[in-house]
Design a protein around this ligand. Structure first.
Ligand SMILES: [Zn+2]
Length: 466
């Protein structure tokens, strides 16, 4: 019985760990590597195991850095079941289809470039839509709190991780002969008291915990203060007579923004605004959210029962087509536009920035992390000019960064989640950059908890580990 760290150990993307129990092989997540050095090559590289020999995958949640290599695993021979929460499955369908589109476009672009350069070699997309649809057929859904024997000697219980809809922590009881071990994989843990979602849930005792550490070294800004600032920005923006652009990730952040706008509709004086959700993918993700309203927290469920439409935002317009999106460009004031991509690396938000960024009466509100090298980062860093579609655009609009909206719990949240597991089980830290993992390790050790930082290639003998 052993556990091997493979991806998402010592870094924040490419989550994947390999369990071997009774000669059977089980993957915890199968995520895409994003950013860093040569992500394309690393994603294309062979798995360190035979894909056809993997007996099952357990998927913690839909984010691409946890699910994105599943089509590739299928393409390379994996035919076993993928266990996931029902809402997770529905979100994965949207994200993998989008990923396939992007992979096919990337390959086309690269092949055109090679053709022009006289290079006869062709690249294949990382995976195709068919690979994505095929692996979706292998999904088996499991609800929270319902134990299921997924392989002989492997019992799985999902518990709500409060990170995005359908996100789970994976609670496993593993049996091999006389040996029994309880192993928990946290998945990504959300913030306590975040909107729409329930709080991260702990469970019974465990022999070993794999704990994410994305924000293990820091504390988030206070959520109430963040919302107060958001309200002030919107009230000021109304007076200034421009538009407000909100770059947002399609899954999670977009729904959270709509929810907060609905909830604070009167307090933030939103009656005169027109709110646009300008992203087909965010619209689809929202539909998945509303469909699985049974997973909402109490407050969101109450909204749900009180209102016929979700979210109850009377001035919301959903823009599915390119024409609907372009029509927004003719509006000079009074529009709040939520669009992707979240870091402005592509998508419809780029067009809206092109039309509004040079106008001092407009506002851009960032609510998520902006990675180095992205257009979003260039704007939040306060550059005077940025390049959009090859041309310089002056940044005259007011730029705001709201700090309290993370889908990830901070150090305090992660410690709180761990402390709720009886017996203070030992921890291996995954899914965090070195400084974040070290911060959390030290905080755990200060509380008398054994904590180590995982690295790719480390294999734990679970028989000996307890
Ligand atoms: Zn995640």
């Amino acid at each position: 019985m052993q556990l091997e760290f493979y991806g998402g150990a010592g870094e924040v993307t490419g989550s994947c760990h390999i369990l071997t129990v009774g000669g059977r092989r089980l993957l915890l997540d199968c995520g895409m590597i994003q950013g860093g050095a040569a992500p394309h090559e690393r994603n294309r590289a062979p798995f360190p195991f035979d894909a056809a020999g993997v007996d099952a995958v357990i998927l913690s949640h839909a984010h691409i850095d946890h699910s994105g290599r599943l089509p590739l695993l299928r393409n390379r021979g994996f035919r076993g079941p993928v266990y996931a929460n029902p809402a997770c499955r529905d979100l994965v369908r949207i994200l993998l289809a989008d990923g396939a589109n992007m992979a096919e476009r990337d390959a086309e672009r690269e092949n055109r470039r090679r053709q022009k350069a006289g290079d006869p070699r062709r690249v294949e997309p990382l995976y195709t839509l068919k690979d994505a649809l095929d692996v979706l057929q292998q999904f088996r859904t499991v609800r929270y709190g319902h134990p299921l024997e997924v392989l002989p000697g492997v019992e799985l219980t999902f518990r709500d991780a409060g990170h995005i809809l359908g996100s789970t922590s994976v609670w496993l009881t593993l049996r091999e002969g006389e040996l029994e071990r309880r192993v928990v994989f946290s998945g990504d843990i959300g913030q306590y008291d975040s909107p729409i979602l329930r709080d991260p849930e702990a469970g019974p005792g465990a022999d070993l915990v794999l704990l994410e550490s994305t924000y293990g070294g820091r504390l988030h800004r206070d959520r109430a203060a963040t919302l107060e600032e958001f309200g002030r920005i919107l009230r000021d923006a109304r007076r200034d007579g421009g538009n407000v652009l909100i770059p947002a990730f399609a899954v999670g952040r977009s729904q959270e923004m709509l929810y907060e706008l609905a909830k604070h509709f009167d307090a933030w004086e939103l009656g005169d605004w027109r709110v646009f959700l300008d992203s087909p993918m965010a619209i689809q993700a929202s539909e998945v959210y509303w469909k699985h309203s049974d997973l909402f927290d109490e407050e969101a469920q109450e909204w749900h029962t009180r209102s016929l439409s979700l979210p109850p935002l009377p001035n919301l317009q959903l823009c599915r087509t390119a024409d609907e999106s372009m029509a927004i460009n003719r509006i000079s004031h009074g529009a709040i536009v939520i669009a992707g991509s979240g870091m402005c690396t592509g998508g419809r938000i780029v067009h809206h920035l092109k039309h509004n960024l040079a106008r001092p009466e407009c506002d851009v509100v960032f609510t998520g992390f902006q990675a180095q090298g992205t257009l979003g980062r260039a704007i939040v860093e306060g550059r005077d000019y940025v390049r959009i579609h090859g041309s310089p655009v002056k940044v005259a609009a007011r730029v705001h960064t709201l700090g309290g909206f993370s889908a990830h719990g901070d150090q305090q949240d992660l410690l709180r989640w761990h402390a709720a597991i009886p017996g203070r089980p030992p921890v291996w830290l995954v899914h965090g950059e070195a400084s974040a993992a070290e911060g959390l390790r030290d905080a755990l050790r200060a509380r008398g908890v054994g904590a180590e930082i995982a690295a790719p290639g480390i294999t734990l003998d679970l028989g000996a580990a307890a």
